[in-house]
Write a protein that binds this ligand. Structure first.
Ligand SMILES: *[C@@H]1O[C@H](CO)[C@@H](O)[C@H](O)[C@H]1NC(C)=O
Ligand SMILES: *[C@@H]1O[C@H](CO)[C@@H](O)[C@H](O)[C@H]1NC(C)=O
Ligand SMILES: *[C@@H]1O[C@H](CO)[C@@H](O)[C@H](O)[C@H]1NC(C)=O
Ligand SMILES: *[C@@H]1O[C@H](CO)[C@@H](O)[C@H](O)[C@H]1NC(C)=O
Ligand SMILES: *[C@@H]1O[C@H](CO)[C@@H](O)[C@H](O)[C@H]1NC(C)=O
Length: 212
């Protein structure tokens, strides 16, 4: 009797797994994500539809196969330092289109943002998507940072003919699988920064992050 019930339960489980299986998930069984990336099937997916979560692997791309772009170190750059809640205006070589609008100036801001149209130095992070009263921003980081002492915001516009541009072109070509050839790039490097009021951060856990 027990064996019979066991068989019935197993049979029901089989039916349930057939009826409710997600066809898209078979792709994850083929382990498309390399270098320790985690495969995730999207519920409404076609069999070819999956995403790889490459967080913490040191790789990016569809299948976590593209080594992350290492930090860039231009030989010369501009500095924003000894400032709090401030932005530097950067005139771009050509206008950048975001949505329907074109912007000629980028504002590279101490609190981890680059904004367009308006200088936006707010230290209070807001949830994305931002509502219309905010200017367009790129936010590699967003929190209160004071640029004092060795804490710096370095930035530079780099021409498409430099060796740094070649390095970025090579990365983006392999990342997207399509030839990439940039005209210029904006580089911003928040160097050795700490959260506001965290005085011991410099020796423990200061942050270094770049936007390209
Ligand atoms: C990702 O992996 C799949 C499965 O191995 C492969 O078909 C596809 O071409 C790969 N895509 C890229 C961009 O490497
Ligand atoms: C997998 O994808 C779904 C749908 O996009 C998403 O809701 C879920 O958070 C993802 N899970 C992981 C572990 O990334
Ligand atoms: C893959 O899933 C995404 C998100 O669910 C969806 O927008 C996209 O159309 C799907 N692509 C295919 C080829 O099924
Ligand atoms: C930078 O932009 C702000 C806001 O548009 C403006 O008030 C300021 O004069 C500009 N500064 C420089 C040096 O261009
Ligand atoms: C630019 O900012 C001004 C206010 O400073 C605003 O009135 C205008 O709508 C903004 N334009 C765009 C395209 O974001």
């Amino acid at each position: 009797m027990f064996f019979f019930i066991f068989r019935v339960v197993c049979f029901l489980q089989l039916i349930i797994s057939i009826v409710f299986s997600q066809p898209g998930c078979s792709i994850c069984q083929m382990s498309p994500c390399q270098n320790g990336g985690t495969c995730n099937c999207t519920l409404d997916s076609a069999p070819s539809n999956y995403t790889c979560d490459c967080t913490g692997t040191g790789y990016q791309g569809i299948n976590c196969t593209v080594a992350q772009l290492p930090f860039i170190h231009p030989p010369s750059y501009n500095l924003l330092m000894n400032q709090d809640d401030d932005c530097a205006n950067v005139t771009l070589p050509t206008s950048v289109q975001i949505g329907p609008f074109y912007y000629k100036i980028a504002y590279v801001c101490s609190n981890g943002l680059v904004s367009f149209n308006t200088s936006y130095a707010s230290y209070t992070p807001e949830l994305f998507p931002l509502s219309v009263e905010f200017p367009p921003v790129i936010a590699p980081y967003w929190d209160d940072i004071v640029l004092v002492g060795s804490r710096e915001l370095r930035y530079q516009v780099i021409s498409g003919s430099s060796s740094i541009a070649t390095q970025v072109n090579n990365f983006l070509t392999s990342y997207t699988g399509k030839p990439f050839n940039l005209d210029w790039l904006l580089w911003a490097y928040w160097y050795n920064v700490c959260p506001y009021t965290d005085d011991s951060c410099l020796t423990h856990q200061s942050n270094f992050f770049q936007l390209v």
